[in-house]
Design a protein around this ligand. Structure first.
Ligand code: FAD
Length: 375
């Protein structure tokens, strides 16, 4: 078996692994190992592609705020076109959900980013909302659609241009400690490196088990999405993304059609997630209850995994029980919008440096994300 050496091996070439690897490749010899034949086949390629600074836990919101400037103005040469396209996010509430909407709007870092709207104002933005369903709404104007593939490919290209290496069809099957750090094995290759970064998405705990490292209790949850036709002559492309305040459903324009989700979170084993007919039907039913949309056919549907630890914030930092094993996991439903800040944060922490000042200024605190909070 061929043996290679590197400073750092990154396991997983999804958006998490790619963003961290690209940042680290500026100063280190990096090898990224991806089990599939192309990167982005799992969660990264299956998202709803939303950027919102008010979505998720407080640490997630800080990481998202810190990612904004990169997404809106990436460095010269990083990508060919715009990574984001502005699209408001309209959080809607029925009468029974007014208290939930009020509590959400009162969160200190949410309030300044949103505008309260009456039901009538909400309907001018999205005319299919039913008069007898929506009671009030809150609009985030600073949210956007993300071109996930463009962003992901930008980091993979940057990794390559900095001398880093991506190896696909390379499933990590064994991890063992050696004097310099770690021996990482795939069926065809052995790599020796000082540091291993576990960016294996839903499989991050599986990788920890292979390495004999204490797991963090990562729970992959299946989420379903589907594409349906927009109403004829509706100018739906101008609509905001519409999100039920309890995230029981959401929908947004998608290339002339509509993307719907039932906001499901079904616990599952790490796997190639597939949509269940029932979840597709629930999405259609919930959206039809809130709107005048009549869904006649499902163009396509898919499912992906959103993986969380108990407090629903990511896990970033060296394992307390295994020298040189670095966690980059638990991005849940926010791994795309937080990737610019997460990649740089991971890079700094791997090198033993403090959180970069510009990230800290947005409230990013490594303490909130540290792996030893579970032990
Ligand atoms: C339906 C849905 C909607 C979402 N919407 C949004 C959204 O609007 N905004 C947002 O920011 N986020 C969203 N997300 C979440 C986002 O997609 C994830 O947080 C993000 O993609 C996680 O990236 P990752 O790199 O950690 O995981 P992944 O993309 O899953 O990458 C992990 C990689 O590790 C590889 N791997 C695993 N085990 C091994 C091994 N043994 N050896 C080698 N490689 C291995 C896998 O093959 C995989 O490619 C959504 C997710 C879903 C499913």
């Amino acid at each position: 078996m061929k043996t290679e050496t590197a400073d750092i091996v990154v396991i997983g070439a999804g958006i998490a692994g790619a963003s961290a690897a690209a940042a680290l490749a500026e100063t280190h010899r990096i090898i990224v190992l991806e089990r599939e034949s192309f990167p982005g086949m799992h969660s990264t390629g299956r998202s709803a592609a939303l950027f919102s600074e008010i979505y998720g836990s407080a640490p997630i919101r800080a990481l998202s705020r810190a990612s904004r400037s990169f997404l809106y103005a990436p460095p010269a040469g990083f990508v060919d076109g715009p990574v984001v396209r502005q699209r408001g996010a309209l959080h809607i509430a029925s009468t029974a959900q007014l208290a939930a909407l009020d509590s959400f709007c009162m969160l200190p870092d949410v309030g300044p980013s949103i505008q309260r709207l009456t039901a009538a104002e909400a309907r001018t933005l999205c005319p299919i909302l039913k008069e007898d369903y929506v009671e009030a709404a809150a609009l985030e104007t600073g949210s956007a659609d993300v071109d996930v593939n463009l962003l992901h490919q930008g980091w993979l290209r940057q990794l390559k241009s900095r001398g880093g290496k991506l190896i696909v069809d390379a499933e990590v099957v064994s991890l063992s400690r050696i004097a310099i750090g770690w021996r990482v094995e795939t069926p065809d290759l052995r790599i020796e490196a000082r540091v291993v970064i576990d960016a294996a998405g839903a499989w991050a705990d599986v990788i920890a088990e292979l390495a004999g490292v204490k797991t963090v209790g990562l729970q992959p949850n299946r989420r379903t999405a589907l594409i349906v036709d927009s109403p004829a002559d509706s100018q739906s492309d101008q609509w905001p993304m519409v999100i039920d305040i309890d995230e029981q459903f959401y929908f947004r324009p998608d290339a002339g059609a509509l993307l719907l989700s039932p906001g499901d979170e079904t616990p599952t084993e790490p796997c190639d997630a597939q949509p269940e007919e029932l979840d597709v039907a629930i999405a259609v039913d919930r959206v039809q209850q809130a709107t005048t949309l009549e869904v006649r056919r499902i163009r396509r549907s898919w499912a992906g995994l959103r993986s969380f630890v108990a407090d629903r914030s990511p896990v970033v930092g060296y394992a307390p029980d295994a020298r040189g094993f670095f966690w980059l996991a638990g991005q849940g439903g926010y791994g795309i919008q937080t990737a610019p800040a997460m990649g740089r944060l991971a890079c700094a922490l791997v090198k033993g440096e403090p959180v970069p000042d510009d990230l800290a200024a947005f409230g990013v605190d490594a303490h909130d994300l540290r792996p030893d909070r579970f032990h």
